[in-house]
Every structure is written in C-alpha cells, then in structure tokens.
Design a protein around this ligand. Structure first.
Ligand code: S3P
Length: 447
C-alpha cells in the first residue's frame, strides 16, 4: 500500500492510503480543560502555572480575551505552559474594545457567565461560524439571574453585549445537556448571593465541577445536578492538563482502521462523562486497551493502545450522545468500515456545532462513496464500504477536516480535503503526530 499525505497551497491537504501506523503518538492538552484552567486562573488571586495547555486557536482566544479583561497571561515559548496572574476579587476590568472569541463557543459562552456579574460593559463577537451559533441557551438563564445581555436576534446570536449587573442565585433546568452553558451558570453563580444549581437532561462533561472542587470551591453534585454557593473563591495554584481524548480519537480511529497498526497514547484524559467513544469502540469490537494511570487535579488520566480491528455496526442513542458529542464525526468514518448498520440518533446538537456536522459529514462521506444517510438528528451508515478517492470540504470545521483525513488513510486513492486550516482550532500538530506513526516509502508528511 502506498502512502502519501502532503499539504497543498490554499489550505488543502491530500490524505493518501496509508501503510501501518505504529508507535507512540502525542496529542495536545485537552481543549475543554485548558479553557477552564485559564478561566479559573483568571478568577483566582495571584499566580497559577498551567502546563499541557492546548495550543490551538480556541484556547488562544480564551487566553487573549482573559488578557483583555485584566489577567496577565504569559505563554512560555515552545512549551504548552501558561503563567497567569488572576484578577481575583477585583473581577474582570472593562475592556476598551470588542472581545473576539473566534471560532470558540466555549470561550464565548463560559465568559458570558464570568462577565454577567462584573462591573462594566463587555461586547463579545466571533467568526462567521460562531455568529451563527445559538446563544439563547446561555443568555436566557443568565437573564433569569438578573444579567443584562443583548444582541442580535434578541440576544440569541453574537455579537452580544453584557452590561454587568448584580445577579441572584437560581435553580436552572436546562432543556439541552451543555457543559458550556452549565459552566457559564456555575461561574456566574460564584458571584451571586444564594445558591445556583444546574440540572441537565443528561450528564454533560463535568470538568468545571471537578476543577472548581480541586480549586477549593465546594460543588454539591448529584447525577444530573451541580450546585455552587455564591461567594465561592477560586484558589490559585498549578494545574496540569491531560491529553485531549477528542484529539486522541482521530489517532485511535486511524490505528483501528489502517491494516497492521498498533499505536499507544499516554496521559490522555479519560473522564467518564467524556469518554463515551471508548465504550462505543469496545461495542464495535475495536481492540482498544485503556489503563488508568492517575488523576490530575481531579481528572482521571490513562494510557490508550489501539490495534487494527474487525468492526461491527452499533447504535448510539440520545442517552449516549453527550459523552461523545465531539467524536461523532470520526465515529461516522469508523462506521463505514464496520459490518452492518451504525445508527446515530438523538444528536441534533451536531447541527449547531462549528458546522452542521450531520450535513458536512454526510456530504464528505457520500463524496467518497460511503453508504450514508443524513437524519434530522443523526446519521445512518452502512458498511463495510471501500472508500473511493475524491475531493471533500471541511466546512471550516476542525473535527470534520481531521475525520475526512482519517478517511483518506483507508481510501482507495488520495482524498483532497479543502479548508484544512481550521485544524489549528484544536490540534495544530495533527499531521506531525500522524506522520510520526507512518512508515514505508512515500509516507513523508510535510506539515
Ligand atoms: C465543550 C462542551 C461541548 C463540546 C465542545 C466543548 C466544553 O459543547 O461539544 O466542543 O468545553 O464545555 P456543548 O456545551 O454545546 O455541549
């Protein structure tokens, strides 16, 4: 099998059929945890050193906005390490310009919660994708706490303007499971008298709850509810970010799909509210070993090892979706190689991510000859199918771009992915990490 991947002009990557992938892969720090580590560092008084920070554009957007809000944020050159001096009890300062969250929903939604109870006016915007994404889900409950937020479409689309005000703690019941919304409300609750509790229809990732608790803020928890008391003070201190399981999922998928592969990844976050992909891979028959190696700041961390496997189709329903929401694009690619049908339902949230991931994945996989049907709330994929060479579009969505690149590794010829630059949102070293695992003639990857 020949192997060829190279970067082309105008943000295009060609992913060709790959020889076996073998060795130890590196993934960047967890993006969700990195955002939170920076935000908690800004809320804390004094110095916090954060290591293993995700170097992608989304986390950079959070760091830049926090700097504009008065935190001192220093990135160590060539290292995924950030030193931050927080604003502590003073709160964020009013910035002299608009705050740009770029492509990052986590930045915008979580920081709305931080600014809602602060002194001053704060205007948030983002790129074209973020300005299309629904914000009513976070604006409405913040308004119910007394927040003054306005914006396009009655405050449901960015740009959004927050005029800081006195908030009151409140009981929230969210219609959609969302860790970003939950985080915004809990952080707003820290500055609001009374207690603030958030109940979700299904458990979403609980990094905020774990990291607040590890920073000295008590969080009362039951299966679907998290509660904080107003006045809780976040402590400064070192935080170490585990590897990103969502980034690791692309490498695991490549290892499972490419013949003769055997790949290990160390120090990856395996938080159970986030690790649904590991259970689904196991149910598909994938040979993926998980070994718990420790806990970093309340977050479980482990070593993963994946080998080429025979796969069968699975059903992922609404109950399973929050635990692997970001892994559904790569799961769609894996499903093309599983025998039988893979059905993903109850995943309407995919339509309001960085792209409409149901539409972009269905179009991309169909262009490669996959047996795929877009459903209103998911995807139906038949397999196994030999993927064909072709040209596909990322839709400006990092997870779609990397998923389609993995499809290229197992296709019958080169797959050209247009709109590759967006990969820098979460995994700037993706081609390098993958390239280090490839062997044989023609396998060079030029990142
Ligand atoms: C995230 C939560 C999820 C996820 C996103 C990161 C977070 O979004 O899809 O990539 O860091 O809290 P929702 O909160 O919209 O479910």
């Amino acid at each position: 099998m020949s192997s060829d991947s190279s970067r082309q002009p105008s943000s295009t990557v060609v992913a060709g059929p790959s020889g076996a992938l073998r060795g130890v892969a590196r993934v960047p720090g967890d993006k969700s945890i990195s955002h939170r580590a920076l935000i908690l560092g800004a809320l804390a008084p004094g110095h916090s050193r954060i290591t293993g920070v995700n170097p992608g554009r989304d986390v950079l957007a959070t760091a830049t906005v926090l700097g504009r809000l008065g935190a001192s944020v220093q990135w160590a050159e060539h290292e995924d390490q950030v030193d931050i001096e927080g604003w502590g009890g003073k709160g964020p300062r009013e910035p002299d310009d608009v705050l740009d969250a770029g492509n990052s929903g986590t930045t915008l939604r979580c920081l709305l919660g931080v600014c809602a109870g602060a002194n001053g006016a704060f205007v948030f915007t983002g790129d074209a994708s973020l300005r299309r994404r629904p914000m009513g889900r976070v604006v409405s409950p913040l308004r119910a706490m007394g927040a003054r937020i306005d914006g396009r479409a009655e405050g449901s689309l960015p740009p959004l303007m927050v005029r800081g005000s006195n908030l009151t703690g409140r009981v929230h019941s969210l219609p959609v499971a969302s860790a970003q919304v939950k985080t915004a409300l809990l952080l707003a609750g820290l500055g609001a008298p009374g207690s603030t509790s958030v109940t979700e229809p299904r458990p979403s990732r609980d990094h905020t709850e774990r990291m607040l608790a590890a920073s000295g803020v008590p969080v009362a928890r039951s299966a679907l509810t998290a509660t904080v008391a107003g006045g809780g003070r976040v402590g400064a201190g070192p935080r170490r970010v585990p590897g990103d399981l969502s980034s690791a999922a692309f490498i695991l998928a490549a290892a499972v799909l490419v013949t003769g592969s055997d790949v290990a990844l160390a120090d990856v976050g395996i938080n159970p509210t986030r690790a649904g992909i590991l259970g689904v891979l196991a149910a598909m028959g994938a040979d993926v070993e998980v070994e718990h190696s420790g806990d970093w700041g309340g977050e479980p961390v482990g070593t993963l090892r994946a080998r080429t496997s025979e796969l069968r189709g699975v059903t992922v329903d609404e109950a399973g979706v929050p635990g692997l929401i970001d892994e559904l694009p790569i799961l769609a690619v894996i499903a093309t190689q599983a025998s039988g049908r893979t059905l993903i339902r109850g995943a309407g949230e995919l339509r309001v991510k960085e792209s409409d991931r149901i539409a972009t994945m269905a179009a991309g996989l169909a262009a490669l000859g996959a047996e795929v049907e877009a459903l209103p709330d998911g995807l139906s994929i038949g397999g196994p199918t030999t993927l064909q060479p072709g040209e596909v579009d990322s839709g400006g969505d990092h997870r779609v771009a990397m998923s389609l690149a993995v499809a290229g590794l197992i296709a019958d010829g080169p797959v050209t992915i247009r709109g590759w630059d967006c990969v820098d949102t979460s995994f700037p070293g993706f081609l390098t990490s993958l390239g280090a695992l490839r062997s044989g003639p023609g396998s060079e990857i030029r990142p």
